[in-house]
Design a protein around this ligand. Structure first.
Ligand code: NAD
Ligand code: DAU
Length: 351
């Protein structure tokens, strides 16, 4: 089988490609990636010469190029990881999120229709369900939870999900959707909470915690997500949504404290800064459906996964040093400098 994996130079897509090639050695994997700021070809270096693998630098919104690749490779399945994925960036500049996440999804599905017989899987997110209150730990997102988004990012992902379902009903496209909770693990881009805190800790830089750090995320080790996607693509029912999550809810502040302790640093680095606009309070997935239908269960416990992840960043400084040495510095300054200065000024007034 030939599988198109879009966004395969990013965090989850690259982990997925490694998983897929190891699990299904008979398959051919073609990675389609635009190499935005979040895509790293160095991540895929170990498989660049693997005859079962091909990398194509392409924008999923580029209809002509996408159709050309379909014609050439005749894929059996498309797994769409490609997206603009960072909530904070979507708050600053929504339009690219609409382009890639919605238009890009429609181009890929149009190509599937045109060439026929292609199974399409959309990698979506639990953020399409909005958030849950902090004082109702009994509530979880199920596949029946209404779509109710908060950020331009989650709205663009929800828009894509609705299109995917529409293509299934209108054109009979064989689709599935997975909605996963927060992933962590190797190759996670340094703008996201866990790698940002690890890298800042290593540089003894302030650890910018939004609000009071009480927001809750449901963390899943990235390989467990990859296993879920593979099971859905092979055995999931057409036209169905599968929630993916491991009942591992953590407050942001507890994650940050854990990283500080693991790296032997001082909690004085923790700096409370202005909150994210529209900040979702709590995500929590009910994964009953994927467990009962496909036998999926998370295998990596958070205590082990987070230590493995911290170890990975300690062992691979070249990977993240290259990323944070370039344009990332401008991003970091724009996103954090004012917040950190305001926080320092407020502390000064308190003293
Ligand atoms: P990422 O930002 O690390 O990687 C995204 C990849 O997509 C990059 O390689 C980038 O170059 C590529 N890309 C962006 N725009 C493109 C375009 N127009 N054409 C081709 N390639 C393009 O993202 P991630 O964290 O790996 O997330 C992957 C997918 O999983 C996304 O769809 C995201 O919504 C979803 N998701 C992420 C998480 C998470 O915790 N990270 C959880 C649930 C779902
Ligand atoms: O739930 C799935 C989603 O998880 C995915 O769909 C997104 O693509 C992915 O980026 C992630 O979104 P979050 O917004 O939850 O992840 P992020 O790492 O940006 O933030 C996690 C939490 O940490 C969130 O409550 C905001 C907070 N935070 C984040 C950063 C970057 C901070 O307190 N400080 C920070 O500097």
């Amino acid at each position: 089988m030939t599988v198109f994996v879009t966004g395969g130079a990013g965090f989850i897509g690259s982990n997925y490609i490694f998983y897929h090639l190891a699990k299904h050695p008979e398959d051919r994997v073609v990675c389609l990636d635009k190499l935005t700021y979040a895509g790293n070809l160095s991540t895929l270096a170990p498989i660049m010469n693997d005859p079962r693998f091909r990398f194509c630098k392409v924008d999923i919104c580029d209809r002509e190029a996408i159709y050309g690749l379909f014609e050439e490779e005749k894929p059996d399945a498309v797994i769409n990881f490609a997206a603009e994925s960072h909530v904070d960036r979507s708050i600053e500049n929504p339009s690219i999120f609409l382009e890639t996440n919605i238009i890009g999804t429609s181009v890929l599905m149009d190509a599937c229709r045109k060439y026929g017989g292609v199974r399409y899987h959309q990698v979506s997110t639990d953020e399409v369900y909005g958030d849950l209150p902090l004082d109702r730990p009994d509530l979880f997102f199920t596949e029946q939870t209404p779509i109710h988004t908060s950020s331009p990012y989650s709205s663009s992902k929800a828009g894509a999900d609705l299109l995917v379902m529409a293509y299934c009903r209108t054109y009979g496209l064989p689709v599935t959707i997975s909605r996963c909770s927060n992933n962590y693990g190797p190759y996670h881009f340094p703008e996201k909470l866990i790698p940002l805190m690890i890298i800042n800790c290593l540089h003894d830089k302030p650890l910018p915690v939004y609000g009071r750090g009480l927001n809750i995320r449901d963390w899943l080790y990235v390989e467990d997500h990859c296993k879920a996607v593979d099971l859905i693509v092979r055995g999931g029912r057409i036209g169905e949504v599968y929630n993916v999550g491991g009942h591992n809810e953590m407050r942001n502040i507890d994650i940050v404290r854990l990283i500080v302790r693991a790296l032997g640093k001082s909690e004085e680095l923790i700096t409370y800064v202005a909150d994210r606009k529209g900040h979702d309070l709590r995500y929590a997935i009910d994964p009953t459906k994927i467990h009962e239908e496909l036998g999926w269960l998370p295998e990596t416990k958070f205590e082990d996964g987070i230590q493995k992840t911290i170890r990975w960043y300690l062992d691979h400084p070249a990977w993240w040093e290259e990323i944070i040495s370039g344009e990332y510095q401008n991003y970091y300054r724009d996103m954090y400098q004012q917040r950190l200065e305001d926080s320092a000024a407020a502390n000064e007034v308190k003293r």
